[in-house]
Write a protein that binds this ligand. Structure first.
Ligand SMILES: NC(=O)c1ccc[n+]([C@@H]2O[C@H](COP(=O)([O-])OP(=O)(O)OC[C@H]3O[C@@H](n4cnc5c(N)ncnc54)[C@H](O)[C@@H]3O)[C@@H](O)[C@H]2O)c1
Length: 424
């Protein structure tokens, strides 16, 4: 199969399966569909080129279609070497005429080659999930910066990187931190990562979680979702935290709280979701039980110190798709899932479309804000939130699509809430 669209995907012949998948996800994305329809009529992105570095999934495909409907020329590359759905990538090229540079399992050099190819389109707007494009723009591709209206950022780790860049005076463009919207992190990080991480663990191992001790490292938005879903499966959940407020919250939510050394000795299944580095390292691996299962759902593959585990092991072998056995010197076996990369995307299909609907509605609105800024006033360099009224509008549309009506304030209540005179 040949195409004139610039691309690098695994196999264009898979496009029919990808299209079915994209259409299936669309059914659960009513808010994005509404925005897409409006974009089709108003063309707010006309004449703009957008380079997106996101997980290449069926939900992302629907975001790309919405941007295209808005008049943008779109190029997509993967934000993780293992998260690409190859059939979806093929369909975007064949069925929708969108340039895609992504192959599931691509090596490091190919991954960065694909980012470079996306930037070759000389975009006006970039979209990131982990700040890799922005980082490249500020190191190797600085010539592109003057023409950029700005960027958007999907995830916690990316926002942390960008805020650090801005604090150091290194950031040279405005970024809209989509992750900071309530209709993103409250739902995507909590319910999306919660469900899909368990899905990834079950698909790769098929273990019974009931009765097992599941250790969740990091009790942030993602961690609390994973903990509650593991609890729902009948697991005994242990939480490891460094933040005393969040540790206390985990305790009062009903979980056992231990430090990493304590948890390492009793856990059957470990999930890291901290956005931090080497949270499980040599001394913890050394304390684990024979057969312990270890995985990560945080953004980068640095949460588990796998080089350290490699040094402890006398043997390594793949035993199932996405499961690698490390045999330690004393014969104990530790099973690492998905090479320590986001397990929900490596071994499962990522977040369900119903939550990505809201995350990507925020992304589409963020792109529209940046497009508008070209005609009015450019956003200042820095990390911005989506305005609260747009965030609420996404929630309102979501409820409406579900046929759920909510209570409205009476004029008397509105007056009461805005006044200070009335007391006891
Ligand atoms: N798998 C996915 O699809 C997905 C989706 C959304 C976010 N993420 C990623 O998941 C990670 C967490 O996101 P979040 O929104 O929950 O962030 P968050 O900031 O709300 O939570 C992270 C928590 O980890 C804790 N932590 C940091 N270092 C620790 C350590 N050494 N030991 C124990 N706890 C530690 C922090 O105190 C914090 O409470 C980020 O990397 C984010 O980008 C992944």
């Amino acid at each position: 199969m040949t195409t004139t669209i610039p691309c690098d995907v695994t196999d264009l012949r898979q496009h029919r399966d990808g299209k079915l998948r994209i259409e299936w996800a669309e059914l659960e994305m009513p808010v994005l569909s509404l925005i897409s329809k409006r974009f089709g009529a108003e063309k707010p992105l006309a004449g703009l080129r957008i380079a997106a570095c996101l997980h290449v999934t069926s939900e992302t495909a629907n975001l790309m279609r919405a941007l295209q409907a808005g008049g943008a020329e779109v190029v997509l590359c993967a934000s993780n070497p293992l998260s690409t759905q190859d059939d979806v990538a093929a369909s975007l090229v064949e069925d929708y005429g969108i340039s895609v540079f992504a192959r599931k399992g691509e090596d490091h050099a190919t991954y960065y080659g694909h980012l470079a190819a996306a930037l070759d389109s000389a975009p006006h707007i970039t979209m990131d999930d982990g700040a890799d494009l922005v980082s490249l723009l500020h190191t190797e591709r600085t010539a592109l910066l003057p023409d950029l209206l700005g960027s958007t950022e999907e995830t916690t780790t990316g926002v942390i990187r960008l805020k650090a860049m801005h604090k150091d005076g290194a950031l040279r463009l405005p970024v809209i931190a989509v992750n900071e919207s309530e209709t993103k992190h409250l739902f995507d990080n909590q319910y999306g990562t919660g469900q899909s991480t368990i899905d990834g663990i079950l698909r790769s191992t098929n273990v019974l979680l009931a009765g097992k001790t599941v250790v969740v490292v990091g009790y942030g938005w993602c961690g609390r979702g994973i903990a509650s879903r593991a609890d729902g499966h009948g697991a005994q959940v242990v939480v490891v935290e460094v933040n005393p407020v969040r540790a206390l919250e985990a305790l009062m939510d009903g979980y056992r709280v231990l430090d990493m050394a304590g948890a390492a000795a009793i856990g059957d299944v470990f999930v890291t979701v901290t956005g931090n580095k080497h949270v499980i390292r040599k001394k913890h691996f050394n304390a684990m039980k024979d057969g312990a299962i270890v995985c990560n759902s945080g953004h980068f593959n640095v949460e588990l110190d796998l080089p350290g585990l490699g040094e402890l092991a006398r043997d390594r072998r793949p035993v199932r798709p996405f499961v690698e056995e490390y045999k330690l010197l004393d014969g104990r076996r530790i099973y690492v899932l998905g090479e320590g990369r986001l397990i929900n995307l490596a071994a499962a299909e990522g977040h369900p479309a119903a939550v990505m609907d809201m995350s990507f509605a925020n992304q589409a609105l963020a792109a529209e804000l940046l497009a508008r800024s070209a005609k009015t006033e450019r956003l200042q360099v820095g990390v911005h939130r989506i305005p609260e009224d747009l965030d609420r509008e996404v929630a309102r549309l979501k409820l409406e699509s579900m046929g759920i009506a909510i209570e409205q304030l009476t004029p008397e209540q509105e007056k009461y809430l805005n006044s200070w005179e009335e007391g006891t």
